[in-house]
Design a binder for this molecule. Structure first.
Ligand code: ZN
Ligand code: ZN
Length: 333
C-alpha cells in the first residue's frame, strides 16, 4: 500500500513537477528530501524517451525524417546553449519578454525540464564547480555527472532562491512547473506534420510515426546526451588554458557538437560573456547566431570578454606552447 502510494505521488510529479514529494510516512511533504539516491519511478519518462527510439526498427527511415531530426537537434541545442545557458543562467545579453518566452518554449521542448530549474542548477554549478556541493561534478563519478545527478530527489526541485530575477515571470514559472507539456505538444505537432506529409507528399516516403520517432525521440536523445557531455566530458577531457579552481576543459569536438559550449574552460574563467569561443579560431556557432539576432534587434547588450582576460589567455597559450616545445626537445636529446 505504501509503495503504491509512493508510485502515485511520483506519477503526479511527471505532470506537475512541483507537486509535493512522498516523504515515506504517508504524508505529503512540502519540500522534497535532499536524498542523492536515484528515484527510479520519477525517471520512467526519461527511460521511455530512450526506449521509444528503438521503434525505429518498425518505422524505418527517410531523408526527410533524418533532416527534421537534425533540424530539431540544432534548433533546440541553440535554445539550450544560447538561452537556457547564456541568457537564463548567466544573463549574458538582454531581450524583451516576448522573445524570452519564445526561446524558453523552444528550450522547454528539448525535454531538459524548465528554464528555471535548469538555470538554478547551473548557477549552483558555477558557485560550487567541482566541490562537494556541485551536484554534477565528475568527482562523484563520470556516469553520475553525465546522467545520474538529475535522477535523485535533491535534483528534482527548483531552488527559487537563486533565480529570483527569473521567477518573477509567471509564464516562466508555468513552463517550469508543467515541464512535460511543451515536449508533449512538440511530439504531437511532429506526428501531425508527418501525417500531412504522408497525405500530401507521399513521394517523400515518410509517415506520422516516422516523424515522431526521428523528429522528436531520436533527436531529443542525441540532444540530451550532447548537453550532458558538458557536465561530464568537458570537466574531464580537453585542454585547460586557464587554471580555474574547477576541472573545466576546452574541447574543440564538443564545441562543434554543442554549438560552442565545448569552450568550457574559457566559460568557467569568464562566465558572464555571451561568447565562449574567446578567439576567432574557437568556433562558437551559438554566438554567431546571437550576433545576427542582435543585428536584427531581437536581442541586445551582448556582454563580451574583457581585454585583460583575452590577453591573459594569449600569454598562457604562449607558455603552454613553450612548455611543450621544451618537452619535445628534451625527449629528442
Ligand atoms: Zn562546468
Ligand atoms: Zn555556465
Amino acid at each position: 500500500m505504501k509503495s503504491l502510494r509512493k508510485f502515485s505521488y511520483n506519477i503526479v510529479r511527471w505532470f506537475d513537477s512541483e507537486a509535493a514529494a512522498y516523504d515515506g510516512n504517508e504524508n505529503i511533504q512540502g519540500d522534497p528530501q535532499n536524498s542523492r539516491s536515484v528515484n527510479w519511478q520519477r525517471i520512467i519518462p526519461f527511460f521511455a524517451v530512450h526506449i521509444a527510439c528503438l521503434s525505429v526498427i518498425w518505422v524505418g527511415w527517410s531523408p526527410v525524417a533524418v533532416a527534421v531530426c537534425l533540424f530539431m537537434f540544432w534548433l533546440r541545442m541553440f535554445a539550450i546553449t544560447a538561452f537556457y545557458h547564456r541568457y537564463f543562467s548567466h544573463r549574458s545579453f538582454k531581450t524583451n519578454r516576448f522573445w524570452q518566452f519564445i526561446f524558453a518554449v523552444i528550450g522547454a521542448s528539448a525535454a531538459q525540464r524548465g528554464p528555471l530549474w535548469w538555470a538554478a542548477h547551473h548557477r549552483k554549478h558555477h558557485k560550487h564547480s567541482d566541490d562537494d556541493h556541485d551536484l554534477h561534478s565528475p568527482k562523484h563519478g563520470f556516469l553520475w555527472s553525465h546522467m545520474g545527478w538529475f535522477t535523485c530527489e535533491e535534483a528534482f526541485k527548483t531552488d527559487y532562491s537563486v533565480i529570483k530575477d527569473l521567477a518573477k515571470f509567471p509564464e516562466l514559472r508555468f513552463l517550469n512547473r508543467f515541464d512535460i507539456l511543451v515536449p508533449f505538444l512538440t511530439a504531437l505537432a511532429l506526428f501531425g506534420f508527418g501525417h500531412l506529409l504522408e497525405i500530401y507528399y507521399p513521394e517523400l516516403g515518410t509517415s506520422a510515426w516516422q516523424m515522431l520517432i526521428w523528429g522528436f525521440f531520436i533527436s531529443t536523445v542525441i540532444l540530451a546526451h550532447g548537453t550532458f557531455t558538458i557536465n561530464s566530458l568537458c570537466h574531464t577531457w580537453g585542454k585547460r588554458r586557464f587554471s580555474t579552481r574547477d576541472q573545466s576543459r576546452n574541447n574543440f569536438w564538443l564545441a562543434l557538437l554543442t554549438l560552442g559550449e565545448g569552450w568550457h574552460n574559457n566559460h568557467h574563467r569568464y562566465a558572464a560573456s555571451a561568447k565562449q569561443g574567446f578567439y576567432w579560431w574557437e568556433i562558437d556557432i551559438s554566438y554567431y547566431i546571437l550576433k545576427v539576432m542582435s543585428w536584427l534587434g531581437i536581442i541586445h547588450d551582448l556582454r563580451s570578454v574583457p581585454q585583460r582576460i583575452l590577453d591573459e589567455g594569449r600569454q598562457l597559450d604562449g607558455k603552454l606552447e613553450r612548455d611543450s616545445a621544451e618537452r619535445s626537445i628534451r625527449l629528442g636529446s
